[in-house]
Design a protein around this ligand. Structure first.
Ligand code: GTP
Length: 202
């Protein structure tokens, strides 16, 4: 007997989180997808989660990819930029280096390898740690403005702006490229999946 699968969404958007190790990419993803704040999870390679949201009456399936920030994964991580509708560049507001690496490397790398029509967003995570802040909100804002990125400070821990960040990106993609993510462009995400998890000591 043939099984006919019923489409449960109108559009599929692929998003990806990039940035240094330990800035909180996995935590942001888990806060958004499952509303949990995990401890001691580190990504090896890439992973993704799926969540369906509704915007302007359209059911949008989000396939959100999480990447390992560690240096040894950089060569594989950039191969995942292609075909993504939105990219979130994440730094840690308490760690100056993670911001410098966005301005120095991550953005350049993304622009080199991602689709031309990709929408970019800059996230300054761990904003709950304001007393340990090393990167002012103004620096984040002005870098984002200079480079045409949306910007928000987030906290995966205390759940500040995580949903807003993802939904802002989704609305932006929908507004600028209403034709993207049509079912005909969709491929089975499981074919690219390469996941491993390990303990993080950061
Ligand atoms: P890699 O997988 O190595 O690239 O790291 P990652 O960017 O995915 O970071 P991860 O989510 O594993 O978080 C790293 C550490 O930061 C963990 O100890 C988290 O608990 C902590 N962390 C993540 N987000 C926040 C946050 O918003 N606030 C605070 N205070 N800690 C956070």
């Amino acid at each position: 007997m043939m099984t006919v699968s019923k489409k449960t969404y109108d559009l599929l958007f692929r998003l990806i989180l990039v940035g240094d190790s330990c800035v909180g990419k996995s935590s942001i993803l888990l806060r958004f997808s499952e509303d949990i704040f995990p401890t001691f999870i580190s990504t090896i390679g890439v992973d993704f989660k799926v969540k369906t949201v509704e915007v302007n009456g359209k059911k949008i399936k989000l396939q959100i990819w999480d990447t390992a920030g560690g240096e040894r994964f950089h060569t594989i991580v950039h191969t995942y930029y292609r075909g993504k509708n939105g990219i979130m560049l994440v730094y840690d507001i308490t760690d100056e280096k993670t911001f410098e690496h966005i301005t120095g490397n991550w953005l350049r790398n993304v622009l080199e390898h991602a689709n031309e029509d990709v929408i970019l967003m800059l996230l300054g995570n761990k904003c709950d740690l304001d007393d340990q802040r090393m990167v002012s909100k103004e620096r984040g804002e002005s870098f984002a403005q200079e480079n045409g990125l949306k910007f928000l400070e987030t906290s995966a821990k205390t759940n500040i702006n995580v949903e807003t960040a993802v939904m802002t990106l989704v609305e932006d993609i929908l507004e600028k490229y209403p034709e993207s993510g049509q079912a005909s462009n969709n491929v089975d995400p499981a074919k690219n999946k390469n996941i491993e998890k390990s303990i993080c000591f950061c």
